[in-house]
Design a protein around this ligand. Sequence first.
Ligand SMILES: Cc1cc2nc3c(=O)[nH]c(=O)nc-3n(C[C@H](O)[C@H](O)[C@H](O)COP(=O)(O)O)c2cc1C
Length: 217
Amino acid sequence: MHINVEPSILYFGTPVALLSSMNEDGTVNVAPMSSVWWLGWNCMLGLGATGHTAQNLLRERECVLNLPAASNVEAVNQLALLTGSDPVPPHKLAKGYRHEKDKLGVAGMTVSPSERVRAPRIDQCPIQLEAVLETVHPFGHRPDKASTALAFEMRIVRAHVDETLLDTTAPNHIDPDLWRPLIMSFCQFYGLGGKLQHSTLAEIPEESYRPVAHMER
Ligand SMILES: Cc1cc2nc3c(=O)[nH]c(=O)nc-3n(C[C@H](O)[C@H](O)[C@H](O)COP(=O)(O)O)c2cc1C
């Protein structure tokens, strides 16, 4: 039997991304997030509009989506309750957030330069996607209240993947049996189980989805 419920959040489970973005003073901010969905080489990021990362994205119009594996969970957890905003906004203070300038240091993470964007890539993340901002939309509309979030449509302009995740028989193919994403479900961390059964959709050759000239800016 199904019953009516009113969960305070509807976070049913999505992969975690660590967004690296440039601060106004040339230093790097990193923020964990998981409201992200993909279509081809574009993706949509859902972020609080006043957050430090949102402000960096609006100004710089680029970032790197670093995808942690399940094995990176401890480092990701170190980044929770930190913000690049100084002072910390009241709604975050009330939840226990504190300002941290050197989030990478706190998480024990290091960076390498990107090729197409100013924000650097996080070395410890097996997948690093350089991205440019295409459009921004207000998000979280309600009849009684102005929206407080933004949806950023990003286009990936360079993908770096740990070679141990690649299918040795097919170039450019990430083997889903080897890629173990970190999943956030209702604010808890999970990994993936194994493959369930044959996928009919996977019978379509993956190459048929390749976008034309996706690397151009
Ligand atoms: C695993 C995880 C997932 C998160 N997902 C999101 C998200 O999708 N969108 C968002 O705005 N904040 C999300 N947060 C909260 C941000 O990380 C938090 O607001 C942080 O302060 C952002 O850093 P910044 O203030 O330096 O931008 C998430 C936090 C964690 C730990």
